[in-house]
Design a protein around this ligand. Structure first.
Ligand code: DQA
Length: 141
């Protein structure tokens, strides 16, 4: 079992800034992750929330259950110490993913407050970032 957790605004993929995030929808992303999991022999559950508290509670659930996580923290990446502290409690690999390459965008996106407690980060490959992260996490688990 692998949890794929997504932060704020990611439910709006497809309509949200398609020049940056592409034309595929959140449902397309969820299907891609589940299909990749099937190929890898792993059950993948995909969730999204705009709520920091809910995301923190999912990270607690993963820590308690020793569940590997692929996480796109979205804007929380850049300022949520609560998310960082939750990730620091992880008991299994956690890969930070981004659809875009934050390092190539606005200055405020250059810093990730969660990268230092993640196993690693994959960014800039569009939805393929999730596929790469699922492959990576399967090899680590
Ligand atoms: C993002 C990058 C973040 O800077 C941004 O706030 C997002 C999406 C990405 O997947 O490229 O919401 O995490």
């Amino acid at each position: 079992m692998i949890l794929v957790l997504n932060g704020p605004n990611l439910k709006r993929l497809g309509t949200r800034e398609p020049d940056v995030y592409g034309a595929e929808t959140f449902e397309d992303l969820a299907e891609l992750c589940v299909a990749t999991g099937r190929e890898l022999g792993e059950h993948v559950e995909v969730r999204q929330t705009d709520d920091e508290a809910e995301l923190v509670s999912w990270l607690h659930e993963a820590a308690d259950g020793r569940i590997p996580v692929v996480l796109n923290p979205a804007a929380f990446t850049h300022y949520s110490y609560a998310l960082r502290d939750a990730i620091a409690q992880r008991t299994a690999p956690l890969v930070e993913v981004h659809i875009s390459n934050p390092a190539a965008r606005e200055e405020f996106r250059h810093n990730s407050v969660v990268a230092g407690v993640a196993t690693g980060t994959i960014a800039g490959f569009g939805l393929r970032s999730y596929v790469l992260a699922l492959h990576a996490i399967t090899q680590l688990s």
